[in-house]
Ligand binder design. Structure first.
Ligand code: SAH
Length: 248
């Protein structure tokens, strides 16, 4: 440690498979002083961190926040001011449903130097390992990433935008409230037989892929006892999974 202010690296760890880590992330993991990581970061990735680097779990689980966001922001500032090079490690990409913007905003306010290292977001990594192309000339010309995290018991989503034709919808954090989500999509006009993939622990050894249709979505998630992290992919591209799956 030195009296000179350290730097904060906001780093995406990808969806869990170590091979999807960027070279820059790996290099920083091996040279930083301390790593503050989230619940979503896989054990395999944590194992790459040398023993001399301090590890701090600031993991958040739905409705169970061991370390509130403001406290994480403050911790990053304090550690950097003490002269540490701090690696803030997040699942997937820090700028996609990762609150990365909020964390660097408070660093900026305090004049702490930082860098952002992108990661493979769940949509990219998980779709690839499940054998589902998110776009395809014959099926979907656009792709939407959506978070279906319930806020005070309700969704804040533009349902009409979600049911547009020739589009793939990728839903993050959608497991809790899945029954409501399916009902809203049906009411907005999405076909009950629209193909849906539920992918648990995507890109990891324990990956499970459940293929179903919209009106059976909720029941299937219960039958298979799916747990977080699970990504939901909705759209006709899901039909291709049968032919294109390659992992496992
Ligand atoms: N910043 C992250 C997303 C954080 S939100 C990213 O870019 O990927 C957390 C949600 O991401 C989970 O609820 C789940 O829907 C999805 N997710 C992340 N990793 C996943 C994985 N390995 N398998 C399936 N879903 C995953």
């Amino acid at each position: 440690m030195s009296s000179k202010t350290g730097k904060v690296y906001l780093v995406g760890a990808g969806p869990g498979n170590v091979d999807l880590l960027t070279l820059k992330a790996l290099r920083l993991l091996q040279t930083c002083d301390i790593v503050l990581y989230d619940q979503l970061v896989s054990e395999d990735i944590l194992h790459l961190i040398p023993r001399h680097v301090t590890l701090e779990n600031v993991g958040k689980q739905r409705s169970f926040h061991p370390v509130p966001q403001v406290q994480i922001n403050q911790r990053l500032i304090d550690l950097a001011l003490q002269g540490n090079n701090v690696l803030r490690l997040k699942g997937g990409d820090p700028f996609i449903f990762g609150r990365g913007g909020e964390e660097i905003d408070s660093l900026k306010e305090q004049g702490i130097p930082f860098e952002v290292v992108p990661g493979v977001t769940a949509a990219n990594g998980v779709a690839a390992f499940a054998g589902i192309p998110l776009t395809h000339r014959d099926y979907a010309q656009s792709c939407l990433f959506v978070t279906a995290h319930l806020k005070e018991g309700s969704f804040d989503l533009d349902w009409s935008a979600l049911v547009r034709p020739r589009q793939t919808v990728v839903i993050y954090m959608g497991l809790h409230g899945l029954d409501r989500l399916a009902t809203e999509l049906l009411q907005a006009g999405m076909a009950p037989d629209m193909p849906v993939a539920l992918i648990e622990q995507g890109t990891r050894e324990a990956q499970r892929v459940v293929i179903t249709v919209l009106d059976k979505l909720y029941q299937e998630s219960i039958d298979h006892a799916l747990k977080s992290p699970t990504l939901i992919i909705i759209g006709s591209v899901v039909e291709l999974q049968n032919k294109l799956s390659w992992f496992n």
